[in-house]
Design a protein around this ligand. Structure first.
Ligand SMILES: [Fe+2]
Ligand SMILES: [Fe+2]
Length: 141
């Protein structure tokens, strides 16, 4: 399953959108690297990026959610946890198996579905909520 960044991922808060773009683009690179039979080190570097950048991104979203009292923060945290566990599992399996076909199909497919659904549904709901609160705030000033 391919993942290509397009405008359907744009939610309207630049900081979050740029981070999503980077995550999606690194997933694209990862899928290509698996298909091309790239060296284990290349895959490991990309997986490391996804682990670390994912953490940073979730912290960014958490800051917005806390600042604007997003009511579904626990749901977001739970989903983020799931992604983090998957990226760590991905990293471990690259170390153990290299670029196996099973890895590319099973785990990567699952993660790609997660990214698409999470950004388009969960993050969209959250960003819409935050944007409304920001608009109210700017009116109040
Ligand atoms: Fe996100
Ligand atoms: Fe999120």
């Amino acid at each position: 399953m391919g993942l290509i960044w397009d405008e359907t991922f744009v939610l309207g808060i630049d900081e979050i959108d740029l981070q999503h773009r980077s995550i999606v683009e690194h997933f694209t690179k990862f899928s290509e690297a698996v298909q091309d039979g790239s060296a284990k080190e290349v895959l490991a570097d990309l997986a490391d990026f996804l682990v670390e950048y994912g953490q940073m991104h979730f912290a960014t979203e958490e800051t917005y959610m806390q600042k604007y009292d997003y009511p579904r923060i626990d749901e977001q945290r739970h989903e983020h946890e799931e992604f983090t566990l998957d990226t760590l599992e991905l990293r471990k399996r690259i170390e153990e198996e290299g670029a196996s076909r099973e890895l590319s199909i099973a785990l990567t497919g699952r993660m790609v579905r997660w990214v698409i659904q999470h950004i388009r549904k969960h993050d969209r709901d959250m960003v819409n909520f935050v944007k409304e609160r920001m608009a109210e705030e700017s009116k109040a000033v």
